[in-house]
Design a protein around this ligand. Structure first.
Ligand code: 99T
Length: 202
């Protein structure tokens, strides 16, 4: 398998954490890929027309995106029902937690691109405030989730979301607002799959 990869991407990290948790990391070749919301990338577009990462090319040549699809594919390669519970309440809880973490990331990345990719005179403060509000409300909801059970895609996504917040928004102060989430994250930060996929020093 080949994965379009960049260590700064929390969605790529999610895929790699899942791969480590499932013992599949050695079977994935990483293709270092830079992405931009404004610049074209023909090689990536040939795999993913949305020009986003992660994108996974399977051993039989199929290209899969986005991260929830890739993660569930890896789970199926490992036999199924591992990080994606097969059914019942556990499955819906894991999927909801994944959607919540991904949604917080989507809002944070819109803020990040507003700051990093848009010229200063064209920035829209109300846009950033609106997206940050979504991210902060999402974090409050994440604090209320039970993340302590088996390491499903829910807690895995939550860990990657908090890691991205520390990486790109180090002054956010989420630990003060959400001590329960901070205590949980302190425990998972030391896991081998989380250690092996840390974003680069910013
Ligand atoms: O928006 C773009 O055109 C390029 N951005 C990406 O490819 C980002 C990289 S994170 N990936 C996604 O937005 C994927 C989202 C998708 N729903 C999924 O896979 O789950 C870059 C973060 C950073 O550099 O700070």
């Amino acid at each position: 398998m080949k994965l379009r990869h960049n260590p700064a991407s929390p969605y790529v990290r999610k895929v790699m954490v899942v791969a480590h948790e499932l013992g599949l990391a050695d079977r994935i070749e990483l293709l270092s890929t830079a992405v931009s919301p404004v610049e074209s990338n023909a090689a990536l577009a040939a795999e993913n027309p949305l020009m986003k990462i992660p994108a996974l090319t399977t051993d039989d040549g199929q290209v899969l995106f986005d991260s929830p699809v890739i993660c569930e594919y890896l789970d199926s390669v490992a036999g199924g029902g591992k990080v994606f519970p097969a059914g019942g309440k556990a499955r819906w809880t894991a999927l909801r937690q994944q959607a919540l973490g991904d949604g917080i990331l989507d809002a944070l990345i819109l803020c990040r691109y507003e700051i990093a990719a848009r010229p200063e005179e064209k920035r829209h403060a109300a846009w950033t405030e609106g997206q940050m509000r979504k991210a902060h409300q999402g974090l409050a909801a994440l604090e209320a989730e039970d993340l302590s059970g088996p390491r499903t895609i829910g807690p895995i996504t939550a860990a990657c979301t908090l890691g991205y917040l520390d990486f790109r928004f180090p002054n956010d102060g989420w630990r003060q607002r959400h001590p329960r989430l901070a205590a949980w994250y302190k425990g998972v930060e030391t896991l081998p799959s989380i250690q092996a996929t840390k974003p680069p020093a910013s």
